[in-house]
Write a protein that binds this ligand. Sequence first.
Ligand code: C2E
Ligand code: MG
Ligand code: MG
Ligand code: MG
Length: 280
Amino acid sequence: YAKLDGKNTYKWFNTTLKKQLERRTQIENELRKAIRNEELYVVYQPKFNLHTSQLAGIEALIRWDNPTLGLVPPMEFIPIAEDTGLINEIGNWIINDVLSQMRKWQDKGHSVVKVSVNVSQRQFRDFHFIPFIESCLSSYNIESKYLEIEVTESVIENIELVMSKINELKAMGVGISIDDFGTGFSSLSMLKNLPFDTLKIDQSFIRDLIDNSKDISLVKTIISIGKTFNLTVVAEGIETEEHLHLLDELDCPMGQGYFFSKPIRPEQLETEFFNVSQKI
Ligand code: C2E
Ligand code: MG
Ligand code: MG
Ligand code: MG
């Protein structure tokens, strides 16, 4: 063994920290050019009615493929985008891309299911954000009820701001979804104060559902809270048939997860999940 004295530990710590900082800086620098270099794209994950197995919605998720860094997961680059303010530009880019995709689908005669887009709270601080959504909806001629915004409840820094922006979107007819429900601190008071349409049960509660009776109780409770508040409940992270059957038994109306499909490119979604019965 190498002797781990104080000095070596310090050196190791220093090197690790240095590497982390370097990666962060590299991500930041590359991210600045990502839109211009067309490195961002969107994948779509279908959501299903768990009772009928019909396609019931779609979630848009961003992907970043950089020539030197490779595929960088959103969990790594979105927080950096938030810290640097790049999230505003990226957030607008994804709204535009998704609505233009929805236009293409509608032009082809595919049925219109709701498409949801994840939004960081930092984007609400940008005064141009909501007018931008409005202008995209109108230029692609998409009815606002087919767009849904997913907001993660975990860190709400400015509740008044978030509330006013959510109310503005709601007034436009855009749907609002609370993402990763149950993982933050303010879940219940948020439900009381904000006009959500959809509640997404975080995948951490679904993962061990089969063997963990606490998770079953929690999920049951969340589903009944959803009913009380008249929300559409969506279970995230359905990976197995057992998950599906149990959630169906618990009367969970909707879900998404690898059991049905991973997030995929729009062309693949079209061939695999849009069919004649779903045409207008
Ligand atoms: P999220 O909104 O909660 O999205 C669900 C995540 O779970 C996605 O990861 C999805 O690929 C993954 N997932 C779906 N089904 C399963 C499953 O059955 N098992 C497991 N283990 N995972 C599953 P992804 O795409 O890596 O995104 C991670 C997070 O990054 C998202 O969590 C969301 O918070 C954020 N994000 C993604 N795209 C955007 C975006 O365009 N804007 C913003 N602001 N955030 C985004
Ligand atoms: Mg989401
Ligand atoms: Mg989220
Ligand atoms: Mg989630």
